[in-house]
Design a protein around this ligand. Structure first.
Ligand code: DQA
Length: 263
């Protein structure tokens, strides 16, 4: 499996540019980190960085037929470039958008992402780890093993089945909280330990048409959770498992979920 890692303007200035925002790691250091992680995952990576919009468009076009996916930080072009969006749409490869800084907490002009509209996953504010996380997530996605979880009372699930979707009535800008398998067991005690009859929905991210954004959890800013910004069709729910506890009130990990840890 081979991935193109695209970085836009001024990413070559990492280490020098605004270290309070982007840290002290250089672009070369960033590439080393990603290359090492890729080796560990058994995937190949090719790096491309340019300060020119047209060159980035060409690099994306050239990925067609050669790459299995794209990890892209379009940098400032994120917020302006319809051409990069169109290139990503044209090649239609699974893509993940990465931003080193948490753009969602910065200036208003950074709140819009054109390229992001063609990306299945978004990782913001994780620093260099965002690229590695993006790579892992795309690999899992392509392998068909990316599963995220959403728990709800069984009665609510029955109601969702009747309408054909989970989160059919989300408010404007609302999202469905989900969790990667390995984090679910950490958050479960805080939400589902009241003895209620809960089910665990296993959602195949590939079957979800709405954007899935990986965003920092409220209690631990270094832990990222997938949020589905829109309804999740019932057909994307590949399994419905009971949420069980033992006599000491400890959650019992469902054996069906072993091997699905994403990170
Ligand atoms: C950036 C965020 C962009 O808004 C900015 O123009 C960049 C870097 C990031 O990685 O945080 O150059 O993409």
């Amino acid at each position: 499996m081979k991935f193109l890692i695209v970085n836009g303007p001024n990413i070559n200035m990492l280490g020098v540019r605004e270290p309070d925002i982007y840290g002290t790691l250089t672009y070369e250091g960033l590439c080393d980190t990603i290359a090492q992680a890729a080796r560990g995952m058994g995937v190949e990576v090719e790096f491309f960085q340019s300060n020119s919009e047209g060159d980035i468009v060409t690099a994306i076009q050239n990925a067609l037929g050669r790459m299995d996916g794209i990890v892209i930080n379009p940098a400032a072009y994120t917020h302006t470039s319809v051409a990069i969006l169109d290139a990503l749409k044209a090649v239609a490869l699974p893509a993940a958008e990465v931003h080193i800084s948490d753009v969602t907490r910065r200036e208003a002009f950074r709140q819009r992402s054109f390229a992001g509209m063609a990306c299945r996953y978004h990782f913001v504010g994780e620093g260099r780890d965002g690229y590695v996380h993006a790579l892992e997530t795309l690999k899992r996605d392509i392998e068909g093993s990316l599963i995220i979880l959403h728990a709800m009372p069984r009665s609510e699930w029955e109601a969702c089945r009747a309408v054909g979707a989970v989160g059919a009535h989300l408010p404007e800008g609302g999202f469905l909280h989900c969790s990667p398998v390995e984090y679910f067991w950490r958050v479960a005690p805080g939400h589902y330990a009241d003895g209620g009859d809960y089910v665990l929905l296993c959602i195949d991210v590939k079957k979800v048409p709405a954007p899935v954004k990986w965003e920092a959890g409220p209690h631990n800013p270094s832990r990222y959770y997938p949020h589905i910004y829109g309804a999740c069709p019932v057909s994307a729910v590949t399994a419905v498992l009971p949420l069980r506890m033992d006599s000491r009130g400890q959650f019992l990990k469902n054996p069906e979920l072993s091997g699905y840890e994403n990170r």
